[in-house]
Design a protein around this ligand. Structure first.
Ligand code: GLU
Length: 306
């Protein structure tokens, strides 16, 4: 049996867009007979108390997970071991560039936009020794491709550039792209459902997964919740967390109802939604959220059902 997952970063409370993505990941996993795992991605954006709060929020909308909770901060040694594996195969190198160095080199005439220009890729031992005196090194992948293609359930074939991306930052912290690939691989996650802001990262992650000997997962990048200006939904947009909505008299069951309806699924329960779930019929457009309207739409229901 394979597994799907939800992998929030504990940077604050989940908002209704995050919860909608979590529900979608659950629907994809359960409708394909997979387990559903929860992983806390706390390597950089962790805020005290946010992990507990997010667990509580996921429970409040009725999502249940299998297996042990995976917390990335407990797994640093595993990510370092993956880098050692690549190092033994000459697939990594030390990089001493500052952001400014990269920006300058990347503006050179033939540089690929946004890609690491390869400044430190072929340093001699002497040059490395010299540079290491002024700055600790980040570790980059020595990529052997310039792009990679994945299949996405909603977007079809997606090709994106793969540069020499960072695996370990220069303070030793494993980078998101490394941790996500190692964890998905180690826990047998063969289905990745997440917001489509990560679609362009999927090819580099798939390439790394392949280098590390993991099966490339099945991907579904789902449209996200945006505000009326087309920006990613955020706290400043109004009542967008379960706590904000509770204060307005909307309890989590009704929030879930609204989220399922926004996916054109029956809102009565997760099971009813699961029975009706068909990825081919999911909305392909972002979910534009006007928090006041969302509250108004749910208010009559909340007050009738007490
Ligand atoms: N932790 C990432 C986020 O909250 C998601 C990573 C993933 O699903 O691969 O945006």
């Amino acid at each position: 049996m394979g597994a799907g997952r939800f992998a929030p970063s504990p940077s604050g409370p989940l908002h209704i867009g995050n919860l909608r993505t979590a529900i979608l990941a659950w629907l994809f996993a359960r409708s394909t007979g997979r387990e559903f795992l929860l992983r806390i991605e706390d390597l950089d954006r962790a805020r005290a108390g946010a992990q507990e709060q997010q667990l509580h929020e996921l429970e409040a909308v009725g999502l249940e997970f299998d297996g042990p909770l995976v917390v990335q901060n407990d797994r640093r040694a595993v990510y370092h071991a993956a880098v050692d594996n690549l190092r033994a195969r000459h697939l990594v190198y030390e990089c001493y560039c500052t952001r400014k160095d990269i920006a300058q080199a990347a503006s050179a005439p033939h540089a690929a936009p946004g890609a690491y220009p390869g400044t430190c890729r072929n340093l001699s031992d002497a040059q490395r020794a010299e540079k290491s005196r002024s700055r600790p090194a980040a570790i980059r992948l020595r990529s052997e491709v310039s792009e990679f293609t994945i299949q996405d359930e909603l977007s079809g074939e997606v090709t994106a550039p793969v540069d020499d991306f960072v695996l370990l930052r220069n303070d030793g912290t494993p980078a998101y792209n490394l941790a996500v690939v190692v964890d998905d691989g180690e826990y047998g996650i063969d289905q990745v459902v997440r917001g489509d802001d990560l679609l362009s990262s999927a090819p580099r992650q798939a390439y790394l997964a392949q280098l590390l000997g993991y099966e490339i997962p099945h991907y579904a990048h789902v449209p996200m919740a945006l505000n009326a200006q087309g920006q990613r939904l955020a706290k400043r947009d109004g009542a967008v967390t379960l706590e904000d909505l509770s204060e307005k008299g909307i309890d989590p069951r009704f929030v879930r109802f609204g989220l399922l309806e926004s996916l054109s699924l029956p809102g009565a329960s997760l099971e009813a939604a699961l029975a009706a779930f068909d990825p081919a019929r999911l909305p392909r457009e972002p979910w534009i959220v006007e928090p006041d309207e969302f509250v108004h739409q749910l208010m009559p229901r909340a007050s009738h059902n007490g």
